[in-house]
Design a binder for this molecule. Structure first.
Ligand SMILES: NC(=O)c1ccc[n+]([C@@H]2O[C@H](COP(=O)([O-])OP(=O)(O)OC[C@H]3O[C@@H](n4cnc5c(N)ncnc54)[C@H](OP(=O)(O)O)[C@@H]3O)[C@@H](O)[C@H]2O)c1
Length: 231
C-alpha cells in the first residue's frame, strides 16, 4: 500500500512507573518495575527502521539502541530490514556532545543526528566522522522537517523511546500514531522528574486522545497498546 504520510509511521515505546515517571529524581536510567526486564523494548526495536531519542536521553543514558540478540537481528533481516535499526537523536545544541560512547560506537546501526544552527561547523564536522548530520532549525530542531528527511532517507517506521520533551514535541505537531507503554509497579515521585509527556502541556481543548487497543497484565507491569485518535 502507498504510504501517504510525509513522514514515517511514528510509534512510541516507553516504560513509565505507576505514577507516570520515565526516570527517577536522580535522572538515572531507572527501573520502572521490580524485577524489570527490557524485552519489550528490544522486541519493539525489531519492528522499527529507526529508533529516535531526545538529546537529554542521549547525554544521560547513552544507550547503544541495539536489538541485543542474534535472534532479533535475524528477525529484522527476515523482515527486509538492516540487522540493527538506524539510531537517531535530536539535539539543539550539540557543541558539548561526546562523540564516544554506546550510541556512537556500539553495534553496526547507522547514526543520524539532527541539530540546529546553534551547533558550530567545527563540531558538525567532528560528529560527521561518526554520523550523518542534518541542521534543521535556528534555535531548536524543526521536528517536522526532521521526520520528512527521515522519510526521504527511506525510513518508513520510526520508534521513539523518549524522553518527555521529545514526545511532547511530536504530539504538539500531531506526529505520533501509536503508543506502546509499559507501566511498572514502582512509584518514583519527584516534582521535576521526567514524565511520559512533558513540554508546555495541553489544555482540555487540545489534549490528545487515545483508543486503547490491547492490555496485557504481568506480575510487575502492564503493557498497553493504544493509538492516537484524530478527529
Ligand atoms: N523510561 C523510558 O522508556 C525512557 C525512554 C527514553 C528516555 N527516558 C528518560 O528521559 C529522560 C530525558 O527526558 P527529557 O524530557 O529531559 O529529554 P529528551 O526528550 O530526551 O530530550 C530533550 C532535548 O532534546 C532537544 N530537542 C531538540 N529539538 C527538540 C524538539 N524539536 N523537541 C523536543 N526536544 C528537542 C531539547 O533541547 P533544547 O531544549 O535545547 O531544544 C532537549 O534538551 C532521561 O532521564 C531518560 O532516562 C526514559
Amino acid at each position: 500500500m502507498e504510504n501517504k504520510l510525509k513522514r514515517p509511521f511514528v510509534f512510541l515505546c516507553t516504560g513509565m512507573s505507576f505514577d507516570g515517571k520515565i526516570s527517577n529524581y536522580k535522572k538515572d536510567c531507572s527501573p520502572i518495575s521490580s524485577c524489570d526486564n527490557r524485552e519489550m523494548l528490544y522486541d519493539c526495536r525489531v519492528q522499527a527502521d529507526a529508533v529516535m531519542i531526545g538529546g537529554n536521553t542521549l547525554k544521560l543514558d547513552d544507550s547503544g539502541l541495539t536489538v541485543k540478540s542474534e535472534e532479533r537481528r535475524q528477525k529484522r533481516v527476515a523482515l527486509g530490514k538492516s540487522p540493527e535499526p538506524i539510531k537517531v537523536s535530536v539535539i539543539s545544541d550539540a557543541n558539548y556532545l561526546q562523540t564516544r560512547g554506546d550510541f556512537f560506537d556500539k553495534g553496526d546501526g547507522r547514526k543520524i543526528i539532527f541539530t540546529s544552527s546553534q551547533t558550530s561547523q567545527e563540531k558538525i564536522d567532528e560528529i560527521k566522522k561518526k554520523a550523518s548530520v542534518f541542521v534543521t532549525g535556528e534555535k531548536r530542531v524543526d521536528i517536522e522537517k526532521a521526520l520528512e528527511i527521515l522519510q526521504n532517507e527511506g525510513i518508513k517506521s520510526l520508534m521513539v523511546e523518549g524522553g518527555g520533551e521529545l514526545i511532547a514535541s511530536l504530539l504538539e505537531k500531531d506526529c505520533v500514531d501509536e503508543i506502546n507503554l509499559k507501566i511498572g509497579n514502582l512509584l518514583l515521585g519527584g516534582r521535576t522528574t521526567a514524565t511520559l509527556v512533558d513540554g508546555e502541556g495541553f489544555d482540555a481543548l487540545n489534549a490528545k486522545k487515545v483508543e486503547f487497543l490491547k492490555v496485557d497484565q504481568y506480575p510487575n507491569f502492564l503493557i498497553i497498546k493504544a493509538r492516537i485518535i484524530r478527529d
